[in-house]
Design a protein around this ligand. Structure first.
Ligand code: ZN
Length: 142
Protein backbone atom coordinates (compact mmCIF):
# COMPACT_ATOMS: atom_id res chain seq x y z
CA UNK A 1 0.00 0.00 0.00
CA UNK A 2 1.33 3.41 -0.95
CA UNK A 3 0.39 6.56 0.84
CA UNK A 4 -1.34 9.27 -1.14
CA UNK A 5 0.52 12.55 -1.32
CA UNK A 6 -2.44 14.33 0.16
CA UNK A 7 -4.27 12.97 3.14
CA UNK A 8 -8.04 12.77 2.77
CA UNK A 9 -9.75 15.43 4.83
CA UNK A 10 -12.58 14.96 7.29
CA UNK A 11 -15.71 16.80 6.21
CA UNK A 12 -16.15 17.99 9.79
CA UNK A 13 -12.62 18.30 11.21
CA UNK A 14 -13.88 19.72 14.49
CA UNK A 15 -15.85 16.52 15.13
CA UNK A 16 -13.64 13.62 14.09
CA UNK A 17 -10.44 12.42 12.49
CA UNK A 18 -9.28 9.19 10.88
CA UNK A 19 -8.00 6.69 13.42
CA UNK A 20 -4.67 4.90 13.12
CA UNK A 21 -6.29 1.92 11.36
CA UNK A 22 -7.25 4.17 8.41
CA UNK A 23 -10.91 3.17 8.64
CA UNK A 24 -12.33 3.96 12.07
CA UNK A 25 -12.92 7.48 13.30
CA UNK A 26 -11.78 9.09 16.52
CA UNK A 27 -14.13 11.72 17.92
CA UNK A 28 -13.09 14.96 19.57
CA UNK A 29 -14.66 15.62 22.95
CA UNK A 30 -14.11 18.14 25.70
CA UNK A 31 -14.10 17.14 29.36
CA UNK A 32 -15.86 19.56 31.67
CA UNK A 33 -13.60 20.84 34.43
CA UNK A 34 -16.46 20.99 36.90
CA UNK A 35 -18.47 17.78 36.41
CA UNK A 36 -15.79 15.75 34.52
CA UNK A 37 -18.32 14.55 31.94
CA UNK A 38 -17.68 14.61 28.21
CA UNK A 39 -19.18 17.18 25.86
CA UNK A 40 -19.63 16.76 22.13
CA UNK A 41 -18.92 18.60 19.94
CA UNK A 42 -15.76 19.70 21.69
CA UNK A 43 -16.37 23.35 20.82
CA UNK A 44 -19.61 23.49 22.79
CA UNK A 45 -19.80 26.91 24.47
CA UNK A 46 -21.08 25.38 27.69
CA UNK A 47 -21.19 21.98 29.33
CA UNK A 48 -24.39 20.18 28.23
CA UNK A 49 -24.58 18.53 31.65
CA UNK A 50 -23.91 21.26 34.22
CA UNK A 51 -23.80 24.45 32.14
CA UNK A 52 -20.27 25.33 33.17
CA UNK A 53 -18.18 27.35 30.69
CA UNK A 54 -15.98 25.11 28.55
CA UNK A 55 -13.27 27.63 27.57
CA UNK A 56 -10.40 25.78 29.23
CA UNK A 57 -11.89 22.29 29.09
CA UNK A 58 -9.48 19.44 28.41
CA UNK A 59 -9.70 18.10 24.85
CA UNK A 60 -10.18 14.35 24.65
CA UNK A 61 -9.97 12.21 21.52
CA UNK A 62 -11.30 8.67 21.70
CA UNK A 63 -12.74 6.06 19.31
CA UNK A 64 -16.08 7.21 17.92
CA UNK A 65 -19.05 5.03 18.64
CA UNK A 66 -21.74 4.31 21.11
CA UNK A 67 -25.15 2.75 21.51
CA UNK A 68 -27.75 2.78 18.78
CA UNK A 69 -30.99 4.01 20.37
CA UNK A 70 -33.41 4.21 17.47
CA UNK A 71 -33.28 4.46 13.71
CA UNK A 72 -35.42 5.13 10.68
CA UNK A 73 -35.03 4.80 6.93
CA UNK A 74 -35.21 8.22 5.30
CA UNK A 75 -36.11 8.80 1.68
CA UNK A 76 -35.34 12.51 1.58
CA UNK A 77 -31.73 13.65 1.84
CA UNK A 78 -30.95 15.31 5.17
CA UNK A 79 -27.81 16.86 3.70
CA UNK A 80 -27.11 18.08 0.13
CA UNK A 81 -24.95 15.12 -0.89
CA UNK A 82 -26.64 12.42 1.14
CA UNK A 83 -27.61 9.37 -0.92
CA UNK A 84 -31.12 8.09 -0.22
CA UNK A 85 -32.69 5.94 0.91
CA UNK A 86 -30.46 5.95 3.97
CA UNK A 87 -30.81 4.97 7.60
CA UNK A 88 -30.54 7.71 10.17
CA UNK A 89 -30.19 6.87 13.83
CA UNK A 90 -29.79 8.36 17.26
CA UNK A 91 -26.54 7.23 18.83
CA UNK A 92 -25.64 7.71 22.48
CA UNK A 93 -21.95 8.60 22.24
CA UNK A 94 -21.37 9.01 25.94
CA UNK A 95 -23.31 9.52 29.13
CA UNK A 96 -25.93 12.14 28.32
CA UNK A 97 -24.74 12.80 24.75
CA UNK A 98 -26.99 11.68 21.90
CA UNK A 99 -26.23 12.62 18.30
CA UNK A 100 -27.95 11.79 15.06
CA UNK A 101 -25.88 9.99 12.48
CA UNK A 102 -26.04 8.02 9.27
CA UNK A 103 -26.03 4.26 9.76
CA UNK A 104 -23.79 2.74 7.09
CA UNK A 105 -25.79 -0.39 6.28
CA UNK A 106 -28.16 -0.96 3.37
CA UNK A 107 -31.21 -2.06 5.35
CA UNK A 108 -32.50 -2.20 8.90
CA UNK A 109 -32.55 -6.02 9.13
CA UNK A 110 -29.25 -6.24 10.98
CA UNK A 111 -30.00 -3.41 13.38
CA UNK A 112 -31.60 -3.46 16.78
CA UNK A 113 -32.00 -0.81 19.46
CA UNK A 114 -29.28 -1.00 22.09
CA UNK A 115 -26.61 -2.50 19.86
CA UNK A 116 -23.08 -1.14 19.91
CA UNK A 117 -22.04 0.85 16.86
CA UNK A 118 -18.74 2.35 15.85
CA UNK A 119 -17.89 5.31 13.65
CA UNK A 120 -16.12 4.64 10.36
CA UNK A 121 -14.96 6.82 7.49
CA UNK A 122 -16.91 6.82 4.24
CA UNK A 123 -14.59 8.11 1.54
CA UNK A 124 -15.75 10.23 -1.35
CA UNK A 125 -15.16 8.74 -4.78
CA UNK A 126 -12.24 11.08 -5.40
CA UNK A 127 -10.62 9.94 -2.16
CA UNK A 128 -10.08 13.53 -1.09
CA UNK A 129 -12.43 13.61 1.83
CA UNK A 130 -14.57 11.44 4.04
CA UNK A 131 -17.58 11.69 6.24
CA UNK A 132 -18.82 9.72 9.20
CA UNK A 133 -21.14 6.72 9.27
CA UNK A 134 -21.94 4.30 12.05
CA UNK A 135 -21.83 0.53 11.58
CA UNK A 136 -22.53 -2.35 13.98
CA UNK A 137 -19.43 -2.75 16.13
CA UNK A 138 -19.20 -6.53 15.70
CA UNK A 139 -19.37 -6.23 11.93
CA UNK A 140 -16.44 -3.83 11.96
CA UNK A 141 -14.18 -6.41 13.62
CA UNK A 142 -12.50 -8.50 11.01
ZN1 ZN B 1 -20.09 19.99 33.33
Amino acid sequence: MTLASTEPRPRHPSLYRLAADGHSLDFHYARCNRCQRLAFPANSPGCPHCGSAMDDAERVTQPGGGTLLEYVTVHVALAPDMAVPAIAGDIRLADGIVEQGVIGVSDEAGLRPGMAVKAVAVFQQDGQSYHCAFVPAQEAIR
